[in-house]
Design a protein around this ligand. Structure first.
Ligand SMILES: Cc1cc2nc3c(=O)[nH]c(=O)nc-3n(C[C@H](O)[C@H](O)[C@H](O)COP(=O)(O)OP(=O)(O)OC[C@H]3O[C@@H](n4cnc5c(N)ncnc54)[C@H](O)[C@@H]3O)c2cc1C
Length: 462
C-alpha cells in the first residue's frame, strides 16, 4: 500500500478544517492514539483530528482521499484486537467530541445518537424513560466503536448483538460523500442490506456519523442465580439444557475456577472455586421468575451442579457482573509485568462443551497460564493467555496455542472472533474461515474505498 506521508501542507489543510483545539500533532495525543487495550504493538498516527459534525468529517475524508492519506477512526480505544491502531500512521479521526444524544423516541423504542456517545451514558438517560440499549461490552465503549466491531456482551443471548440493535446509519464514504442506510421501520425487505455490511466493518468502508439505535424496555423484574459444577464440560451441558428448555435467559456466563478465585480475591464474592455459571432472567413479575429459577435449578442439578444460589436481587447481581466485567484488568493486576492475548472464538451450541474441553486440555498441555470465561449462551469463549512482556519464547507458544484454538473452533463450524472483530490479530484466519468469499469481501472494500485509505491493514492481510 502506498500512502503519502503527512507533510506540512497536509497538516495545515486539516488544521484549517476544524477549530484550533481540535487538531494536534502533539506527542501525548499521538501516544494516546497509538494503542488500544490489546497486546498488539502500538503505532503512532502523524496527527489526530476531532470532528464535531458530518460536514467536517466529509471535508476531512474528501481531502484525505484526494491525497492518499490513511484515516483511522477512533472511539474510546477499548478494542481487543488492535482494531483502531493506525498501522500506516496518517490521521486518526477521534469521534469523542461527536457525542450528542440527538433524539429519544420512547414510543418508537428508538434513539438517534452521534457515534461518540458512550453506551453507558445513553443508558443513564434512558433509565428514566424505562428503556435501555442492550449491547453491553463492559468497557466504556462508544456506540460508533461498538457498531464498527459489532460488539456484544452478557445480554446478547436475549437482546442480540450491536448488529441487531441498529436500524439506520449515516455514513461518510472515503471520498467525502454522505449516505444514509437502513430505515426507522422495525423491519424491511428493501434491497441489499448495506446497513449490516457496514456494521462490523471496523471503519474500513466508511465513517459512521449518526446512528438510530433500537431500544428495549427495562424489565419489570430481574433475578439472578449462581451455579457451581465439578467440570467446565458439565457446566457447558447445563447451559445447553437451559437454552433448550426455552427459559430465555438474559445472561448466561461461564467462568473457570481460576476466574472465580480472582473475583473472590478482589470482590469478596465468597463463591466456591469451581466452574461457575452466572445466569440472569428478566420477566414481568417475581412469581414468573421464581418458576423459571426452579426449572433452572433442576436442569443444573441434572447436569451435575454441586451448588445453586438463586433469587439474587439487583445489588448482588450488579456486584457479580461488575467483577465479571473487570476480569481482564484483574488478570493483569495478578500478573504484573505481563501481557494478555485474548482468544475470542465462538462455536455452535452442540460443540460448546467439547470446545471448552479442548481449550482446557490444550492449555494444560502447553503449561501456559490462561483464564477461561465465556458468554456461554452464545457459544462465545474467551481464553486470556498470559505471558511476560518481552519473553519471545513464551509469546511464540502463546501465539501457537491461540492459533490451535481458533483452528479447532473453525473445525467445529465456528468463527475466529465472536465479538472483538478481526483487527490485526485475526487477519491470518480469514482465509481459513471464509475461503473464496474472502475475495468478495476484498471487492466490497475496493468498491467503497478504492484507494484503501480507511483503516488500512485491518481485516485483510496486506
Ligand atoms: C475490559 C474490557 C472488556 C470488554 N468486553 C467486551 C465484551 O464483552 N464484548 C465485546 O464485544 N467487546 C468487549 N471489549 C472490546 C471493546 O470494548 C469493544 O470492541 C468496543 O466495541 C470498542 O469500542 P470503542 O469505542 O472503544 O472503539 P475503538 O476501540 O476506538 O474502535 C473500534 C473500531 O471502530 C472503528 N470506529 C470507531 N469509531 C468509528 C466511527 N465513528 N465510524 C467507523 N468506525 C469507527 C475504529 O476504527 C476501530 O476499527 C472489551 C474491552 C475491554 C477493555
Amino acid at each position: 500500500m502506498i500512502f503519502s506521508p503527512l507533510n506540512d501542507a497536509h497538516k495545515n489543510a486539516f488544521r484549517s478544517m476544524v477549530a484550533p483545539d481540535r487538531f494536534s500533532t502533539g506527542k501525548s495525543h499521538l501516544n494516546l492514539h497509538a494503542a488500544d487495550q490489546s497486546f498488539h504493538a502500538p503505532r503512532r498516527p502523524d496527527a489526530v483530528i476531532w470532528p464535531v459534525d458530518r460536514e467536517e468529517v466529509s471535508r476531512i475524508l474528501s481531502y484525505a482521499d484526494a491525497h492518499r492519506i490513511p484515516v483511522t477512526a477512533w472511539g474510546a480505544g477499548t478494542s481487543m484486537e488492535g482494531n483502531p491502531i493506525p498501522l500506516f500512521g496518517g490521521l486518526v479521526a477521534d469521534f469523542s467530541r461527536m457525542n450528542r444524544i440527538l433524539d429519544i423516541r420512547g414510543t418508537d423504542f428508538q434513539a438517534d445518537v452521534e457515534p461518540g456517545v458512550i453506551y453507558q451514558d445513553l443508558n443513564n438517560q434512558l433509565r428514566f424513560k424505562g428503556l435501555f440499549f442492550p449491547p453491553d461490552p463492559g468497557a466504556r465503549a462508544t456506540i460508533g466503536g461498538m457498531i464498527a466491531n459489532n460488539a456484544s456482551g452478557p445480554h446478547t443471548i436475549r437482546y442480540g448483538s450491536t448488529r441487531d440493535c441498529i436500524l439506520r446509519l449515516t455514513v461518510v464514504l472515503a471520498g467525502g460523500k454522505v449516505i444514509r442506510i437502513g430505515t426507522r421501520a422495525s423491519k424491511t425487505s428493501s434491497g441489499y442490506d448495506l446497513l449490516h455490511l457496514f456494521i462490523g466493518s471496523e471503519g474500513t468502508l466508511g465513517l459512521v456519523v449518526e446512528a438510530t439505535v433500537r431500544l428495549s424496555g427495562l424489565p419489570e423484574a430481574l433475578s439472578a442465580a449462581v451455579a457451581a459444577f465439578p467440570t467446565l464440560e458439565s457446566a457447558g451441558q447445563a447451559v445447553r439444557e437451559i437454552i433448550r428448555a426455552g427459559l430465555d435467559p438474559a445472561a448466561l456466563e461461564l467462568m473457570g475456577p481460576e476466574c472465580i478465585d480472582l473475583m473472590n480475591r478482589e470482590h469478596r464474592l465468597g463463591l466456591v472455586g469451581l466452574p461457575t455459571i452466572f445466569m440472569e432472567f428478566h420477566g414481568p413479575s417475581r412469581e414468573h421468575l421464581e418458576t423459571i429459577l426452579a426449572l433452572a435449578r433442576e436442569l443444573c442439578r441434572e447436569a451435575g451442579s454441586t451448588a445453586f444460589h438463586s433469587g439474587l436481587g439487583r445489588e448482588a447481581r450488579d456486584r457479580i457482573f461488575r467483577a465479571r466485567h473487570e476480569l481482564g484488568e484483574m488478570i493483569l493486576r495478578r500478573h504484573p509485568g505481563c501481557r494478555v492475548r485474548v482468544v475470542d472464538i465462538a462455536v455452535p451450541a452442540s460443540a460448546y462443551s467439547e470446545m471448552i474441553g479442548c481449550a482446557q486440555k490444550e492449555m494444560h498441555r502447553s503449561s501456559l497460564t490462561g483464564y477461561i470465561f465465556s458468554h456461554a449462551g452464545d457459544g462465545n469463549l474467551h481464553v486470556n493467555l498470559v505471558g511476560p512482556k518481552g519473553d519471545d519464547g513464551v509469546w511464540a507458544r502463546i501465539d501457537e496455542l491461540a492459533g490451535r484454538m481458533v483452528e479447532q473452533a473453525l473445525l467445529f463450524g465456528g468463527t475466529a472472533t465472536g465479538e472483538h472483530g478481526v483487527g490485526i490479530g485475526k487477519r491470518g484466519f480469514m482465509e481459513a474461515e471464509h475461503g473464496p468469499s474472502l475475495e468478495w469481501m476484498r471487492r466490497v472494500k475496493a468498491l467503497f474505498d478504492p484507494k484503501g485509505i480507511l483503516n488500512p491493514g485491518k481485516i485483510f492481510l496486506v
